[in-house]
Design a protein around this ligand. Sequence first.
Ligand SMILES: Cc1cc2nc3c(=O)[nH]c(=O)nc-3n(C[C@H](O)[C@H](O)[C@H](O)COP(=O)(O)O)c2cc1C
Length: 162
Amino acid sequence: MKVLVACYSLTGNTWKIAGEVRDILGADITRIDTVDAPNWDMKCMSEWVQDRARIKPCEQDLGRYDLLVVATPVWAWLPPPAVNEYLAGLKNVRGKKFAVMATAGKCGFEDVINDIKGKLEAKGMEFVGSGQFLSGEIACGDYKSKAAEFARSLKMPAMAAL
Ligand SMILES: Cc1cc2nc3c(=O)[nH]c(=O)nc-3n(C[C@H](O)[C@H](O)[C@H](O)COP(=O)(O)O)c2cc1C
């Protein structure tokens, strides 16, 4: 089974979890990154709450993959605009499986997972699981066993030997 982990991470938390899952699943990883750096000036808050943001080229063709793991932070109870853009541009998705792993300071996990679930199921993909990781846990380095548990929970045939 071939797995692609697609990760957006502005401050590094989600990237750490994504790396663990990549290692456990023997997956490829692609980084979702914006063309324009986020502007931290509060006057530009509106940029954050837009639906979409331009992203750099990354792997969006699932043709040679069986499972997509979307790794995303929670932004105001929603996926970040870069993640929305990534999902909208996916190719060869029909019948492919997907999972969502979300990081957040405290809340909004279910909202983000359900948002992504709805978008990808509408494209004909099959949801197989989700994981939730608090940024506090990640900061203490207390995430590796939970990330491993999440990866194994995906119950892919490739995991049977683990
Ligand atoms: C613009 C923005 C909005 C955020 N909104 C939420 C939120 O709604 N709920 C929450 O618990 N954390 C929220 N956070 C915190 C992040 O989800 C959390 O720190 C996450 O782990 C960051 O991931 P990253 O380091 O991979 O970018 C927000 C952070 C940013 C920058």
